[in-house]
Design a protein around this ligand. Structure first.
Ligand code: UDP
Ligand code: GLC
Length: 540
């Protein structure tokens, strides 16, 4: 505030001095008549640089007096326009003096000078922001692109909640994720990505990416400003990396990228794959991959292996599960007969999640009912797919129950006889699989990506080939007909899940990465082990 007030006073003085200097020649024969003759000659020769310099000072002062990083580009354009107009007016005034003409070089010098000066003002403003505290806990700024609650956001919710006093979250979109964060005491700010940039999805081509650049730059500047107050920037999604990576570099803060996605065809366009890996390689000090599959895909795409550490998602292990009465009333509310063998498929409705594969498989399991828990969260394509699912479900005569998105999912897992995961592309991790295991339910999952790491076939679940309807049908029939086998794999699954995926252990691992990056120590053992691998070339 003080800086702004001082800058405004300085601006007034500057403008007064500038006006006097500009009009001075009208009062005497020569320019700069107040200076000794030799200096005056010299200054005439230096005309261009003098203009540049004075307008740079003016630009800096105007930015410091009125500029802010909110709508930075609009401010930049307005200020440049205003200062250039002022410069042209002064030139016109001078050209009215007999024997003097308007000098375009001076106008250009003024324009370049003011852009340079405004940029300088921005840098000064950034340098004036100081870290929050020098306490022992690193201050972390988390970034996430969405306001919806996907798996990556649910993981971040737990990480941020555990260190709420020393963290803040910036979301690029408002939504229920903000409410969830605020409910657990995490300070959350929404910095909106412009219209163009928010429509860029994982498959976006060059044209859409180019059109999104102004919005991205704008957000990046705001993120640089925010990041200066923290010790570490933590990007939790792809767009958060693209914006947060360069922003962290500009702010001089280390960056952790939590990689929740498989960077490969099917999930990202080739251009987006390259952009992500480039950003991670040059901006991140650590990449936390949610599974070996995610890490391998990153490295196969050219990602630096030495950055990677694999940390799975962590889960709260509930002490109490739903009571039989609660389960019964949930079944009734969904319209499921009390004795019907019921399949649960939880997760957002999206083609690659493969809900259509389950519906197809259920045609050959005539007594089974299925609950689809979740909604189309992110794209128009997902919303169209959700409609198609409703049409497809009509063929199954009331056996498919759409539960929509629910913030409390445990009762749905408790109500099910079997949990199905059917992603047609490799699942990066697959929280719903672990949630099914923790609920002591037999789980059928697609044999690819993180799912194939979580489940040991025939021991802690059943794996089927992605998109293979026949295999899924066979697995469903096997579990329906052999309840003893179903119960035994469910028991083993629950024990394994409790041993491996407890939230507290996962939080500890993430905290250790945060501390290590904040203090810029040498990589830990886990980081160096992985670093010994070489990067194979990116697959076509
Ligand atoms: N989920 C939820 N409400 C729903 C459906 C799903 O909270 O109605 C949760 C689900 O329990 C899981 C997460 O959303 O924790 C989905 O994560 P997953 O890793 O399975 O898939 P993602 O959608 O992140 O790709
Ligand atoms: C992403 C992935 C999902 C993973 C989740 C949490 O949303 O699609 O597979 O489980 O992040 O890491």
């Amino acid at each position: 505030m003080n800086m702004k007030r001082n800058a405004r006073i300085a601006l007034l003085l500057l403008l007064a001095a500038g006006l006097w200097l500009a009009l001075k020649p009208t009062l005497g024969d020569r320019r700069f008549t107040f200076l000794p003759f030799r200096w005056s000659e010299f200054i005439d020769i230096m005309d261009f640089w003098l203009n540049f310099g004075s307008f740079a000072i003016l630009g800096t002062t105007v930015w410091l007096a009125f500029g802010s990083f909110e709508k930075a580009f609009r401010h930049l354009l307005l200020m440049t326009g205003f200062i250039t107009l002022l410069n042209i007016t002064l030139e016109l005034l001078q050209s009215a003096i007999p024997g003097r003409a308007m000098d375009m070089a001076d106008v250009w010098a003024g324009l370049f000078g003011c852009v340079f000066g405004i940029a300088g003002g921005m840098v000064l403003q950034l340098l004036n922001i100081h870290r929050k505290s020098a306490g022992t806990e690193p201050q972390v700024l988390f970034l996430d692109q969405t306001g919806r609650l996907g798996g990556a956001e649910l993981m971040l919710l737990d990480i941020a909640a555990a260190r709420a006093a020393d963290s803040e979250v910036i979301l690029f979109q408002d939504g229920e994720f903000r409410t969830a964060l605020e409910n657990v005491g995490v300070k959350t700010t929404i910095l909106k990505l412009g219209e163009e940039a928010s429509t860029v999805d994982k498959q976006a081509g060059l044209k859409r990416v180019l059109r999104s650049i102004p919005g991205i730059l704008q957000l990046m500047l705001q993120t640089v400003q925010a990041a200066r107050s923290f010790d570490v920037v933590y990007a939790n999604t792809a767009k958060a990396l693209v914006i947060g990576g360069p922003a962290a570099r500009l702010a001089g803060r280390p960056l952790i990228f939590h990689l929740h996605d498989i960077i490969a065809d099917g999930h990202f366009s080739v251009l987006n794959q390259q952009a992500l890996v480039l950003c991670a390689n040059y901006c991140a000090q650590s990449v936390i991959a949610n599974s070996e599959a995610t890490k391998d895909a990153f490295i196969a795409c050219g990602g630096r292996a030495e950055l990677c550490v694999v940390i799975p998602n962590g889960f709260r292990i509930p002490i109490e599960r739903s009571s039989p009465e609660e389960t019964k009333s949930l079944r009734t509310s969904l319209g499921i007969p009390s004795d019907a063998w019921t399949v649960l498929m939880a997760g957002r409705l999206a083609h690659w999640k493969g809900q259509h594969i389950l519906l197809e498989a259920l045609k050959a399991v005539p007594t089974a009912h299925a609950v689809l828990l979740g909604d189309a969260l992110f794209t128009d394509e997902d919303r169209k797919y959700a409609q198609q699912l409703h049409t497809q479900a009509e063929e199954l005569a009331g056996r498919i129950h759409f539960a929509g998105f629910q913030s409390t999912t445990m009762p749905y897992f408790d109500m099910a006889d079997v949990v199905v995961h059917a992603s047609v592309y490799p699942e990066p991790f697959g929280r719903v699989i672990v949630e099914g295991m923790l609920a002591a339910k037999p789980v059928i999952a697609s044999r690819a990506g993180g799912a194939a790491e979580i489940i040991s076939h025939e021991h802690t679940g059943l794996l089927v080939n992605p998109g293979n309807v026949k295999e899924l049908t066979d697995a469903l029939l096997r579990l329906q007909n052999d309840s003893e086998f179903a119960a035994s794999i469910a028991r083993e699954a629950q024990q394994t899940a409790q041993d491996i995926y407890a939230l507290s252990a996962v939080q500890e691992k993430i905290e250790s990465v945060i501390h290590q990056i904040a203090s810029q120590q040498e990589p830990q053992e886990s980081l160096t082990i992985i670093s010994s691998q070489k990067s194979p070339p990116c697959p076509a």
